[in-house]
Write a protein that binds this ligand. Structure first.
Ligand code: HEM
Length: 236
């Protein structure tokens, strides 16, 4: 994950080497997670602020809100177990998928975080930072977002435990009294939806930004798995 800052973008004359970065389980996890987050935000928003729709038929003949909730719960289960698969892959996956990328324990990672902050956030430096996997700052942000995934899953299953007789959600029933009751859990679950919406907006922007600045296939790498290294890039 060493970083090399160079002055200019690689030109068309440079030769590039293909590097297989994102393995299939990481790519599958990514797109299943992305789909779940969109579905959970849309259905969650509707659950928190239901539409006032007028029907000509009786209320008991309608089930659209039940369908919205059902979709939310199914997506919630997929979201949670998909997340567990990613945690497992953090232990057995390749060097780019490993947990060491997410928790900065080495001095070089902290230095890279400062560099990326100067370039991407403060924009006080225009140097191009070359990392093949996640840069150190992105890794830490993903780690924090994993904590948010966990929080959202715990509060979601805590809410679900009071409306399901299944053994699995019941495991989380103790969370509701711990957080101050059903109302407080719903509030936190709702507030965290806005974290997910903000995350998606900033994440997509940064992917396109890095793709444009670095020109090394950031966007397509999450489809095919490959990124490109210019001849002078040292990063591994
Ligand atoms: C990205 C992840 C998620 C987001 C953005 C999200 C969002 C939301 C929102 C905004 C609400 C409405 C809260 C309110 O204002 O009353 C809600 C309700 C709920 N969510 Fe989630 N949620 C997520 C994950 C989960 C998971 C993993 C589960 C686990 C099954 C879950 C289960 C529930 C339940 C049981 C309710 C209450 C439904 C009801 O009372 O009708 N959610 N969610």
């Amino acid at each position: 994950m060493a970083t090399k800052a160079i002055a200019a973008q690689p030109t068309g004359a440079e030769s590039f080497r293909r590097v297989y970065v994102w393995e299939l389980p990481v790519r599958l996890y990514h797109w299943v997670n992305a789909l779940c987050v969109v579905v959970l935000c849309a259905t969650g928003y509707l659950i928190g602020r239901p539409l006032a729709i007028t029907y000509s038929s009786e209320a008991y003949q309608q089930y659209w809100f039940g369908t919205v909730r059902f979709i939310h719960f199914v997506a919630g289960f997929v979201f949670f177990f998909n997340f567990l698969v990613r945690i497992y892959w953090g232990f057995i996956g390749n060097s780019y998928a490993k947990w060491t990328n997410f928790i900065p324990t080495r001095r070089a990672q902290w230095q890279e975080m400062m560099e990326v902050t100067k370039v991407d956030v403060l924009q006080t430096s225009a140097r191009r930072i070359v990392t093949v996997g996640h840069n150190a700052l992105a890794g830490v942000i993903y780690f924090l977002s994993f904590l948010a995934f966990l929080f959202q899953s715990l509060t979601g299953f805590a809410l679900y435990s009071s409306m399901s007789h299944s053994w699995f959600p019941r495991i989380f029933a103790w969370i509701t009294p711990l957080m101050g009751g059903d109302f407080a859990v719903r509030q936190w679950h709702h507030i965290f939806m806005w974290f997910f919406i903000l995350f998606v907006l900033i994440h997509v922007y940064l992917v396109f930004y890095h793709d444009y600045i670095e020109g090394r296939g950031t966007t397509s790498s999450m489809v095919g798995g490959w990124k490109f290294k210019a001849g002078g890039d040292e990063d591994e």
